[in-house]
Design a protein around this ligand. Structure first.
Ligand code: ADP
Ligand code: MG
Length: 339
């Protein structure tokens, strides 16, 4: 190994970063769907082939990207979402790191087509081996289409870690469901190998939850709704009759973002502890909302972890809200200190 220090070429930097941001097709799908939502899309269509490895296409009707900015969108640390550290502290978009598209462009064949409301037609750029082509006209309706082909074709070590098409598809479907649950006001569709899997119109949250988790969950669930100062927890939590052997029906969102959080999980488990056998897992769809400056979402590139500024207060708030909703006598459990 050479002992001289050198700067890595951009393509290699992006390929290394891709290992963190784009772990598998489902992570690419998450980034693309979040970009669509950030662009104000109300209709998002996902088409996959071969578990998303062969083809992953996301089309939206969002505000689009102007021709001059198309190449920029594919560059690392290029973002329209934040400009300063202050912005980062109250970020309300799903993205802000400006690295998802650049990472994808480094590990897949990527085509980006877009048309803004001002354009008379769309424009398309492609990234081939890390080089970005000049924009060419494309027949694109207003909005954006991103197409990824052959994920990890140029990084075989990574590609080897991908599982079977059906496993990768299952991860993509889970990602799709999480995002669809977080935004019932938008329409979503999902196709795999030419077959329609999900077709969800814009609908009230209760209908969206029923569509995704099924009527059985709805019948077993109680409504959760509580607001204390600037904290709010809303959603549905199933009574033990609907408990599961796995964690596959646990959806917890913080400010619209699906997260896996230890503080929340612990509080929820504790709220269920007297009514649920310890080997069973509760099922819930819960939305925690709070001022953005009270939660740090920039903990991990995929933003699936968060850090609460007042984690103890959050724990108590979640515990008490659930405890009450599940109608467990107030004498058991934590002392009342959250409110
Ligand atoms: P980030 O989302 O963190 O800004 P990305 O690499 O995901 O970084 O996207 C880079 C930029 O490209 C975004 O800031 C946005 O301006 C633009 N962009 C990406 N996807 C879309 C889309 N579907 N519609 C409109 N603009 C988009
Ligand atoms: Mg993004």
């Amino acid at each position: 190994m050479s002992s001289s220090i050198r700067l890595l070429p951009d393509l290699l930097i992006n390929q290394i970063a891709a290992g963190e941001v784009i772990e598998r097709p489902a992570s690419a799908l998450k980034e693309l769907m979040e970009n669509s939502l950030d662009a104000g899309a109300t209709d998002i269509a996902v088409q996959l082939e071969g578990g998303g490895v062969k083809l992953l296409r996301v089309r939206d009707n969002g505000k689009g990207i102007a021709k001059e900015e198309l190449p920029l969108a594919l560059m690392r640390h290029a973002t329209s979402k934040i400009a300063s550290l202050d912005d980062l502290q109250r970020v309300d978009s799903m993205g802000f790191r400006g690295e998802a598209l650049a990472s994808m462009a480094a590990v897949a064949q990527l085509a980006l087509s877009s048309r803004t409301a001002q354009d008379t037609h769309g424009w398309k750029v492609e990234a081939i081996d890390g080089r970005i082509s000049e924009p060419v006209p494309s027949s694109q309706p207003q909005g954006t289409t991103v197409e990824l082909r052959e994920l990890y074709f140029n990084t075989p070590a990574r590609r080897k870690f991908l599982k079977s098409d059906s496993t990768e598809f299952a991860h993509c479907e889970e990602t799709f469901k999480r995002i669809a649950l977080s935004r019932p006001d938008a329409a979503f569709s999902l196709q795999h190998n030419g077959k329609a899997v999900w077709q969800l119109p814009a609908q009230p949250i209760a209908a969206r939850i029923a569509a995704i988790l099924g009527d059985e969950f709805g019948h077993a669930a109680v409504t959760v709704e509580r607001q204390v100062a600037n904290l709010s927890l809303q959603g549905l939590a199933a009574l033990p009759a609907y408990s599961r052997g796995t964690r596959d029906a646990q959806y917890f969102f913080v400010n619209g973002r699906f997260v896996r959080d230890k503080v929340a999980s612990h509080a929820l488990r504790q709220a269920y502890q007297d009514i649920l056998h310890h080997q069973r897992h509760p099922a819930f769809v819960l939305f925690l909302d709070m001022p953005p400056e009270q939660v740090d979402v920039n903990v991990h590139p995929a933003k699936s972890e968060v850090r609460f500024r007042e984690s103890q207060g959050i724990h108590q708030f979640i515990f008490h809200t659930l405890h009450e909703a599940l109608s467990i006598p107030a004498s058991v459990g934590e002392p009342d200190a959250a409110d």
